[in-house]
Design a protein around this ligand. Structure first.
Ligand SMILES: O=C(O)CCC(=O)C(=O)O
Ligand SMILES: [Fe+2]
Length: 247
């Protein structure tokens, strides 16, 4: 038995308990209705500070992206390497089954055959078999004037349709501006925007690319993008949890 196992189990249980403590009926209804849902206070302020501080620890990351160099916006982010920090890994594992149930319902309504396994390990095994083996959880850092252009986090043929972003900084204290924004492109209609109000430690779950919307004549499919408006002052950190690995 590995000496670290009891501690890991403790963290995994704690993540499961705190994720399970949220009202998933309401969250699923918000995801169905708006394509996003907020889990308030998923992390404590201290946990947020601890995770944000990892940003400067090179050893945790596999790559470092300067958004301006790629036309992605302005600011920077880093993809974690495996093994992920315990809290990041256990939150991702604990969030997945609830989101998979929403994702399976969405696929049925969109006439998609794909169904997602109930456990994240089984979904990752499918990604790995398809050659998508690189971890996608990331830490983002924005300073004054930085922003994240509207985008979709697709990294290969396999894409889990929901993802989660956790705000690690406190609006009004650590930074101003920098709102989390989602747009929904509706077929033959004008696009709709949502600005999601988040406090430090809040998580937003949202659709990665498509979701079904209930119309008068059945469901239709909308195309979503997400991004961050310009940070006006201070520094803003986010933890992004994406459930598919990258090719
Ligand atoms: O910084 C944010 O709030 C957005 C981060 C993001 O694009 C992501 O987690 O995929
Ligand atoms: Fe993103």
């Amino acid at each position: 038995m590995n000496a670290a196992a009891p501690r890991l189990t403790g963290i995994a249980d704690a993540a499961e308990t705190r994720v399970g403590g949220h009202d998933w009926q309401r969250l699923a209804a918000d995801l169905d209705g708006y394509g996003n849902a907020v889990l308030e206070g998923l992390l404590s302020a201290e946990e947020c500070r601890t995770i944000a501080a990892l940003y400067d620890e090179e050893a945790h990351f596999r790559s470092h992206i300067h958004m301006a160099r790629h036309g992605f916006g302005r600011g920077e982010y880093r993809y974690f390497r495996y093994p992920l920090p315990d809290l990041v890994a256990s939150l991702r594992t604990a969030l997945y089954p609830r989101l998979a149930s929403v994702a399976n319902d969405w696929n049925a309504r969109m006439g998609e055959d794909a169904r997602y396994p109930a456990e994240h390990a089984d979904y990752l095994a499918l990604c790995h078999a398809a050659g998508q083996v690189r971890p996608t959880p990331l830490l983002l850092r924005y300073g004054p004037g930085d922003f994240n252009c509207l985008h979709q986090d697709l990294y290969g043929d396999l894409a889990f349709p929901l993802q989660v972003a956790i705000l690690l900084s406190e609006p009004g204290a650590d930074f101003s501006g920098g709102e989390f924004v989602l747009t929904e492109q509706r077929p033959r209609m004008q696009s709709r925007a949502e600005v999601v109000p988040l406090r430090q430690g809040d998580a937003v779950a949202f659709a990665v690319h498509n979701r079904p919307v209930q119309g008068t004549k059945g469901s239709y499919r909308v195309n979503l993008r997400h991004g961050v408006s310009r940070v006006r002052s201070g520094r803003r950190h986010t933890l992004g949890l994406i459930f598919h690995d990258a090719s």
